[in-house]
Design a protein around this ligand. Structure first.
Ligand code: HEM
Length: 177
């Protein structure tokens, strides 16, 4: 196998878009008034839960459809960094939304999924100390996610423009090269 499956490709681009939108909402709404920020954070939470569910689906898919091997032209250290980055992405795609969800559950501060479904609160209600820790963890993981996205984008661009290898095409829809 030389390419990712269509399902893996679809999940990759949908999750990538949602993660970037969610980071933009969180950072872009930071200086807004409390009233104006409310709806932004409602969307942030709903998108975050969506990412959590899609990431779980992606991981389930990974077990049955392993990614194609990295090319031999890549140095060992490059392959190690690529694999480490991908692992960290999975950890953050689950850990980041889960920390936000758990944190909101400590108050509790119920929220809905785009006004359609009430998201259940997790069983940590009233645990203030844990809430502070989760707040901190969410911010640290948010920054780690931003750094990882930047690293990933730079690496993808290098493969496309400098190495001119096949890596980018393996993740593009409908591209059989
Ligand atoms: C993958 C999904 C998510 C990403 C990428 C993400 C990313 C971020 C980032 C980058 C920040 C700004 C942190 C900072 O101040 O440095 C933030 C803040 C925040 N996030 Fe998330 N988040 C996600 C999911 C969630 C979920 C599921 C919830 C709650 C259910 C949530 C609740 C919050 C809240 C309330 C803040 C505001 C923090 C504050 O007021 O300082 N997030 N998020």
């Amino acid at each position: 196998m030389t390419r990712y499956t269509n399902i893996a490709i679809a999940l990759h681009w949908i999750i990538a878009l949602l993660v970037m939108v969610n980071i933009a909402i969180a950072i872009g709404s930071e200086d807004l008034s409390r009233e104006a920020r409310g709806p932004c954070m409602d969307a942030h939470k709903a998108i975050g839960i969506t990412i959590f569910l899609l990431a779980a689906a992606r991981i389930g898919w990974w077990f049955r459809h392993r990614p194609p091997a990295l090319p031999d032209t890549m140095a060992r250290w490059q392959r190690a960094i690529a694999k480490g980055t991908h692992f960290l992405f999975y950890a953050l795609m689950l850990g980041l939304p889960l920390s936000g969800w758990l944190w909101m559950s400590t108050y509790p501060a119920p929220f809905s999924w785009f006004g359609l479904v009430d998201v259940p609160m997790l069983p940590v209600v009233g645990q203030e100390g844990l809430g502070e820790l989760l707040h901190e963890a969410h911010e640290i993981m948010g920054k780690a996610m931003i750094a990882l996205v930047a690293l990933h984008l730079l690496a993808a661009l290098k493969h496309l423009l400098v190495d001119d290898d096949d890596l980018m095409h393996r993740m593009l829809p409908g591209d059989s090269s």
